[in-house]
Design a protein around this ligand. Structure first.
Ligand SMILES: [Zn+2]
Length: 126
């Protein structure tokens, strides 16, 4: 029974001592006239906490503006793409681009659009 009884831990006192030492250092620095150092440290600490929060909010805002969810015009596979970025459909590999919030097919660069020759044939199929 006595073995399981928690002993008065020394760690608690050393932890408290650590904080007291820090506080003493701050008070010492303040009394020496280095209050600006303490203020600067606190400001940096505050910035370290605030900056990631602001960055995260900005990142979410950016994502909301730039993420577009739509269906692939070729295979109707629904996925998410980035605005103003060329990408490929993860399902069929068709090169796509976002235009006005919707996915559009990209005509591969350097190829001549020869589909115009078959207009009559396509019209008959339709
Ligand atoms: Zn597709």
């Amino acid at each position: 029974m006595n073995q399981n009884f928690p002993k008065p831990s020394q760690y608690n006192f050393s932890g408290l001592g650590c904080w007291l030492t820090l506080l003493a250092i701050f008070l010492l620095l303040g009394s020496v006239g280095l209050g600006w150092l303490v203020n600067g440290f606190l400001i940096i600490l505050g910035l370290l906490v605030l900056l990631p929060a602001v960055a995260w909010l900005g990142f979410r805002w950016w994502l909301k503006r730039n993420l577009v969810e739509d269906q692939c015009p070729v295979c109707s596979y629904e996925f998410t793409g980035f605005n103003n970025v060329k990408f490929r459909c993860p399902n069929c590999g068709e090169p796509l681009q976002v235009e006005k919030g919707h996915f559009h097919r990209l005509t591969p660069e350097g190829t001549i659009d020869v589909d115009a020759v078959d207009v009559s044939a396509q019209q008959q199929e339709d």
